[in-house]
Ligand binder design. Structure first.
Ligand code: HXC
Length: 258
């Protein structure tokens, strides 16, 4: 499938989706968001894909929603379109793991998009921010909620109220990103991580994703119960038998996603 705003490749069980609007630092417009939702859905349904990597360019993961496209919109326009909400939900509901490989700017909707992914690997030049306040708006794709859950109230308020950018080291320190790597090895490291995920049972990886995400969506008591039931359910899979047998026989497991 050819896209106008994305470059998509599937290789070795990993779908790499690259945002590709270089003239606008990958600003998210309606076209890009709808193509991205479609590409993620296709990768999610594609049996040969076991992990998805979402990335941008060396200069920008995405510098936010496209200000040119938003500038003249009215309340009714954004309300009726439910601006980006359906596409963002589609991406957030993907069942396969999505790794964000972030270099350069991840601002506004770009930071929000990275946080929708399951974890973020950042290049050492990455800059995260929620500078919507400078445009007279607030975050609209999860930034006030997800960033606060990731980094806590103090830093989230600081980021949203001052509009300042956070560098990669600070982002790692406060738990926004899982690792920081040199810019030149970002894609190599992201692909290595994706390959690690792809080696696992797809069924187990999907269960991990669902379980960890419960921590964002429910109380501790409900989340613990969900995890326990998911743990019990794993014993109905062939991959549990294979994983444990392989360990005991001191060999690599041959998972069959069953
Ligand atoms: C449209 C953008 C853009 C954006 C950059 N560009 N960000 N176009 N929307 N969000 C364009 C510029 O207009 C310029 O095009 C080209 O990309 C290069 O950008 P420069 O500003 O010349 O580059 P630089 O000086 O290096 O500064 C980089 C930057 C700055 C710090 C990232 O571009 C910036 O502050 N961008 C806006 C960031 C922002 O406010 N994001 C939040 C948006 S609101 P030309 O044609 O002039 O060369 C949002 C809400 C989400 O995201 C809600 C979702 C529901």
């Amino acid at each position: 499938m050819a896209y106008e705003t994305l470059i998509v490749e599937v290789e070795d069980y990993v779908a790499t989706i690259r945002l590709n609007r270089p003239d606008a630092l990958n600003a998210l417009n309606a076209r890009l968001m709808s193509e991205l939702a479609q590409a993620v859905t296709e990768a999610d349904r594609n049996d040969t894909v076991r992990c998805i990597v979402l990335t941008g360019s060396e200069k920008a993961f995405a510098a936010g929603a496209d200000v040119k496209e938003m500038a003249e919109l009215s309340y009714v326009d954004v309300f009726q379109a439910d601006f980006f909400a359906q596409d963002a939900d589609t991406i957030a509901r993907a069942r396969k793991p999505i790794i964000a490989a972030v270099a350069g700017y991840a601002l506004g909707g770009g930071c929000e998009l990275a946080m929708i992914c399951d974890f973020i690997i950042a290049a050492d030049n990455a800059k995260f921010g929620q500078p919507e306040i400078n445009l007279g708006i607030v975050a609209g794709m999860g930034g006030s909620q997800r960033l606060t859950r990731f980094v806590g109230k103090a830093k989230a308020m600081d980021m949203h109220l001052t509009g300042r950018f956070m560098d990669a080291a600070e982002a790692e320190r406060c738990g926004l990103v899982s690792r920081v790597v040199p810019l030149k090895s970002l894609m190599e490291e992201a692909m290595k991580a994706a390959q690690k995920v792809a080696e696992k049972s797809k069924v187990t990886a999907m269960a991990v994703k669902e379980s960890v995400n419960r921590a964002f969506e429910t109380t501790l008591r409900e989340g613990l119960l969900y995890e326990r039931r998911m743990f019990h359910a794993m014993f109905a899979t062939e991959d549990q038998k294979e994983g444990m047998a392989a360990f005991l026989e001191k060999r690599q497991p041959q998972f069959r996603d069953r």
